[in-house]
Write a protein that binds this ligand. Structure first.
Ligand SMILES: *[C@@H]1O[C@H](CO)[C@@H](O)[C@H](O)[C@H]1NC(C)=O
Ligand SMILES: *[C@@H]1O[C@H](CO)[C@@H](O)[C@H](O)[C@H]1NC(C)=O
Length: 496
């Protein structure tokens, strides 16, 4: 008031210097956060290493909205005093002394928020203080729920997420793959806390029923945002179908069923069966969603109706039943017969082809031997005529031990080839040529070229058999050129 400018400037400089010095002696927290309803501690101590400074009194002063109030005072002669709330134990010094002015407030009220100054009355320096900001927060109660709405074309809230009685107010967001948006509303309560509600709005389609969206709440008192999943509940009337009709209901059929399948929200549980011609025939019984016909008769030659009901609506579906005199003939049975017949025919052809080949091979052996006979002294009697049989003919020159293993490797590859590939076609096409093959006399007339061709053909079909016949009769080498002698000798070693 009216002080010269220079002295004012000096005073403010001094003030700044002093505050630097004071900051070192009065130790407080700049900001303290307290939970509503819980205890809070406002620390304030006076540094002990200044014996020349005498403290006579400590005072806490609260300032809210420009109004100052003395909260707590301590004087060593008169003890602690709490002028703001006389008779209350909510506010107190932790341990009243001239060195420690730490204040405890419990339970915290929202009105406790404000700026607190901790003052030490000293001599010779006068008052020294420190300032603390007390911030009150409140942990909200978070909930989320789906709103049961009927399916429609009009955008409505389908879920709500609420963060109640928080301070500061929560921030609510939605995680959703659905095409909707949200609206927020806030209510400020008398105690200073805020309830935030966010609604998720969308066009409620029945497809959205059962879909999950997530509400996320972020707030100062939460270390991380809280996520609450919500499963949407969109009510829609039943969707009904009748299953189980196989279009093969015939007179005196034993058991026939129709099943009423219904979806819906809520799930329909009530099913009523009837027919277009009136009530149900006597021969049917109903168990839940299932219509059971013990014995099919003309009375079920009608159209059945299933009506399903839920809270939202009532929907029916129809099934026309046609009762035949006899079971239907088409279907898998006939197809199976055709396939079976085909397989049987293929197997029969394979067996036939094998038989012809065996016979041809035996014939060839005989022919070879006959040729030997012509060149050398007779070694054996002429063999009996060809037989289409699996029995091994008693072939001279081959011992029993040689002829038995001969059979096994011969049949297996032959049949396998027929079943798994086109070999049978070749065999069947070529087989008749056996009958056209030149006789021994014709071959002699035609020369060795024809015989060579024929042997090559047989070699292709069954080298193993040929290899054995070759070794059984060494002289054949001279008559029939064999390109792969060595391989045949090796295969023979495997079998004998
Ligand atoms: C989002 O909300 C606005 C109104 O605030 C509305 O017009 C719009 O159709 C909504 N969008 C969707 C996808 O629901
Ligand atoms: C069932 O009805 C149809 C006509 O709707 C008829 O042709 C058929 O013969 C009937 N079957 C029996 C077994 O009566």
């Amino acid at each position: 008031m009216g002080a010269p400018r220079s002295s004012c400037a000096f005073a403010s400089l001094l003030c700044c210097l002093l505050s630097v010095v004071l900051a070192q002696r009065v130790q407080v927290a700049n900001e303290v956060t307290g939970y509503l309803g819980k205890a809070v501690t406002l620390p304030c101590t006076f540094a002990t290493n200044y014996p020349e400074i005498k403290v006579s009194q400590v005072t806490w002063v609260k300032e809210t909205g420009g109004r100052k109030q003395n909260v707590a005072v301590y004087h060593p002669d008169h003890g602690p005093s709490y002028p703001m709330e006389r008779g209350s134990t909510r506010i107190r010094f932790r341990s009243a002394s001239l060195e420690d002015a730490t204040l405890i407030i419990s339970p915290l009220l929202m009105t406790d928020e404000g700026t607190y100054t901790c003052e030490f009355a000293t001599y010779p320096l006068g008052n020294e203080d420190g300032i603390t900001n007390l911030i009150i927060v409140a942990k909200p109660t978070n909930t989320a729920k789906a709103l049961e709405v009927k399916a429609s074309k009009v955008e409505v809230p389908v879920a709500n997420c609420t963060s109640a009685n928080g301070k500061p107010p929560a921030r609510i967001t939605w995680q959703s793959g659905l095409n909707g948006n949200s609206t927020v509303s806030q209510v400020l309560h008398a105690d200073g806390t805020v309830t935030v509600t966010s609604s998720y709005n969308m066009v409620p389609s029945k497809e959205a029923n059962g879909q999950r969206i997530t509400c996320e709440i972020a707030q100062k008192t939460l270390a991380q945002p809280e996520s609450i999943p919500v499963t949407l509940s969109i009510l829609y009337p039943p969707e009904v179908t009748i299953d189980g009709y196989d279009d093969n209901w015939y007179l005196s059929r034993n058991e026939a069923n129709l099943i009423c399948s219904a979806k819906g929200n809520p799930m329909p549980t009530e099913f009523v069966w009837s027919t277009t011609s009136g009530p149900l025939p006597k021969s049917v019984s109903v168990v839940g969603e299932r219509l059971i016909v013990r014995n099919v008769d003309a009375s079920v030659n009608t159209t059945f109706i299933c009506q399903a009901t839920n809270r939202v609506g009532q929907v029916s579906s129809e099934q026309i039943v046609f009762v035949r005199d006899k079971p239907s003939m088409d279907g898998a049975g006939t197809t199976g017969g055709i396939i079976g017949g085909l397989i049987a025919a293929i197997v029969a052809l394979a067996v036939l082809a094998t038989g012809i080949l065996i016979c041809r091979q035996q014939q060839k052996n005989r022919t070879d031997r006959e040729e030997d006979e012509l060149e050398g002294p007779p070694a054996y009697k002429p063999p009996p005529p060809c037989q289409l049989s699996e029995e091994t003919e008693p072939v001279p020159k081959l011992t029993e031990a040689e002829s038995i293993p001969l059979k096994t490797p011969y049949f297996e590859p032959s049949i396998t080839d027929d079943l798994f590939g086109g070999v049978i076609a070749t065999t069947m096409e070529e087989a008749p040529r056996y009958h056209e093959l030149p006789t021994l006399e014709e071959r002699e007339a035609a020369g060795e070229a024809g015989a060579g061709l024929e042997d090559e053909y047989l070699d292709q079909i069954n080298p193993i058999y040929d290899a054995l016949s070759f070794t059984a009769n060494e002289d054949e080498t001279a008559l029939t050129p064999m390109a792969t002698d060595k391989a045949f000798v090796m295969s023979r070693a495997m079998y004998v």
